[in-house]
Design a protein around this ligand. Structure first.
Ligand code: SAH
Length: 212
């Protein structure tokens, strides 16, 4: 990244220090102290520009939300939204989801959201999908006993793959729909990708996967 752009980005990230947690490994095993309460903690992996995460935090003050995004110049847009909205129950991590077990102890997380995760269509990249056999055991480790993964995508190939992968890795599927916007699911909060794909007429797929 060119120095001038880097400097501008650093300054913007700095201004979001109230919502960004640096060196998050230090909170492993005592995440509740970050929020100062014992409310359930939900995690969004790959929050993008943060529409879903900020609107979810506002709609659910009774939960704590942690949003993960590995690309810093996308994350900063999400953090700026959160700062603007002055939400108290939301924090951000600039990490790769593959490192989650360095950051969360066993059973610290009550729910994981995967919204429009990268499909990685090539078979040789399948392990990079956030619903692959590489990631599902990680989620199992950090989720509470009654915890669940809530997934949405427009990508039918990724969705079909994920249905199978959750089953193969010992999860129980519930509330599976291939057309969320014409289902009886209430209180859906749309993501940026969801707005974009659904406005082009693509159906949105959704599932919940519980630990057995
Ligand atoms: N959830 C948003 C963005 C979807 S695009 C929406 O629905 O609008 C997927 C996002 O996930 C991208 O911003 C990408 O940088 C991020 N991402 C992909 N793999 C990731 C990983 N392993 N760890 C953290 N973030 C990841």
């Amino acid at each position: 990244m060119r120095a001038r752009i880097r400097k501008g980005l650093d300054r913007r990230v700095q201004e979001c220090e109230n919502v960004l947690l640096r060196e998050p490994e230090q909170y492993k095993g005592h995440w509740h102290t970050v929020f100062g309460n014992n409310a359930p903690i939900h995690l969004e992996l790959g929050c993008g520009k943060g529409k879903f995460t900020v609107e979810t935090a506002i709609a659910h003050p009774e939960i704590n939300l942690i949003a993960v995004e590995k690309v810093e110049n996308i994350l900063v847009l999400a953090m700026e939204k959160a700062m603007e909205a002055e939400v108290r129950n939301l924090r951000f991590l600039n990490i790769d989801a593959k490192n989650l077990t360095d950051i969360f102890a066993e059973h610290e997380i009550d729910r994981i959201y995967l919204n429009f995760s990268d499909p990685w269509p090539k078979k040789r990249h399948a392990k990079r999908r956030l619903t692959s056999e590489r990631f599902l055991p990680i989620y199992r480790q950090i989720l509470t006993e009654n915890g669940a993964v809530h997934m949405k995508t427009d990508n039918r190939a990724l969705f079909d793959y994920s249905l199978q992968s959750f089953e193969d890795n010992g999860y129980r599927l519930e509330h599976v729909t291939f057309d969320l916007h014409h289902s009886d699911f209430k209180d859906n909060i749309m993501t940026e990708y969801e707005m974009n794909f659904s406005s082009q007429g693509y159906p949105i797929h959704r599932l919940e996967a519980y630990l057995k």
